[in-house]
Design a binder for this molecule. Structure first.
Ligand code: SF4
Ligand code: SF4
Length: 370
């Protein structure tokens, strides 16, 4: 296993982390805890959980494992500013997590799931969650306050510019990294830690290995290539994988052993490879941002990418879109696709020559409430 410093915290973290959101909860707690022991014995020392994961059993599974971990480890958990909207509630949540994990201190505590700037505003308002977390830090209950964000790169840049958080957890992977790139660069420039969640595109890459074979180098699978990206990307400290089996842990550890840091030439080649092989996908270049109706086109095209990459049906796109408006890439999209006046400006500017107006019309259709 390789290790790197999480931002400038002085903590040497493994480049592969264990995300506790994919346990098989039909198994006894002790069996899942063994998975964590296997990961730790294999060199993984960054362990991330949250209340609510796996039917709210994840923190208890970690607590079981932490009783007798084979090696040194760092524990990370989370609390949402919406659920814990006062300093007192935030402190109670930290104490509850500590109890469940059987720990006296958390190494990393995330202000969880920032999806819009008003979630951030809620977290840092006077008397809010962040204030409670600062108190926990003074009391020695938390080492580092960090955040997790599902926002576009520019919003992450805005949040990190306030210097309240020491690191950020971002949904970034080999397929969507151009969309998160500004945030990655800003975090690194300021010396913050970056953890990448969802490195396998929510399981899409292992499920569609044929479609993504172009990502792989000779002798590796697309899944291994995706792991190699989060491990080798110089702007990511930890690639967080939701492990469900010992074999998955062994594969990630094997990739970590051989992965080398990617340089700008390799990253540019990867971007070009995405553009060439998925020439109908939006690469988030942002050249279409000058829309007279202020439609956030790159966000809409990000969601449309799922249609192109995974061949999703109308029904699947329709089912998914409301969740995207609530939780996903469309959460900040107050101007709806039906506002498009078909002026054609964006299509002229589009580096991928995408039929943007037609795609917006499809999105408007999928987004109609039943
Ligand atoms: S065609 Fe529609 S989306 Fe494109 S720039 Fe014009 S109004 Fe905006
Ligand atoms: S110009 Fe085209 S490829 Fe670039 S962000 Fe806009 S829609 Fe995507």
């Amino acid at each position: 296993m390789k290790y790197t410093e999480y931002g400038t915290t002085g903590k040497q973290v493994s480049v592969v982390g264990f995300g506790g959101m994919r346990f098989d909860t039909s198994l006894p707690k002790e069996v899942n805890a063994e998975l964590l022991h296997h990961a730790n014995a294999s060199g993984i020392n960054y362990f991330d959980t949250a209340p609510g994961y796996c039917g709210d059993q994840s923190e208890d599974i970690f607590g079981e494992a932490f009783k007798d971990m084979p090696g040194q480890f760092y524990a990370s958990t989370k609390g949402s500013p919406e659920s814990f909207d006062t300093a007192d509630k935030a402190r109670d949540a930290v104490r509850r997590s500590l109890d469940r994990l059987g720990l006296t201190k958390l190494d990393f505590y995330h202000v969880w799931c920032l999806r819009r700037m008003d979630h951030y505003d809620l977290a840092v308002r006077a008397g809010g969650q962040y204030e409670g977390l600062l108190r926990c830090q003074e009391e020695g209950l938390i080492d580092h306050i960090v955040c997790s964000s599902h926002q576009p790169g520019q919003d992450v840049v805005k949040i990190l510019s306030k210097d309240e958080f020491e690191g950020v957890l971002l949904g970034v992977n080999i397929l969507n990294f151009p969309y998160r790139w500004d945030g990655l660069l800003a975090a690194k420039e300021k010396g913050y830690g970056v953890v990448a969640m969802n490195p396998l595109g929510g399981g899409a890459i292992p499920r569609h290995e044929d479609a993504f074979s172009f990502l792989a180098q000779p002798g590796e699978t697309p899944t291994e290539a995706a792991l190699r990206f989060v491990i080798g990307c110089p702007y990511i400290d930890v690639g967080l994988v939701g492990f469900a089996t010992k074999e998955h842990i062994d594969t990630a550890c094997k990739v970590a052993e051989s992965a080398t840091e990617m340089g700008s030439t390799e990253l540019d080649a990867l971007r070009a490879n995405l553009t060439e092989n998925l020439d109908q996908i939006c690469t988030s270049c942002g050249y279409c941002r000058d829309c007279p109706k202020s439609i956030p086109i790159p966000s809409y095209m990000q969601y449309y990418n799922e249609r192109v990459m995974f061949g999703k049906t109308d029904e699947e796109m329709r089912k998914g879109i409301q969740g995207q408006y609530r939780w996903g890439v469309l959460v900040d999209c107050d101007v709806r696709p039906e506002e498009c006046i078909e002026c054609g400006k964006c299509e002229e500017a589009c580096t991928q020559h995408l039929p943007i107006t037609q795609r917006l019309a499809d999105l408007a259709e999928w987004g109609k409430e039943e």
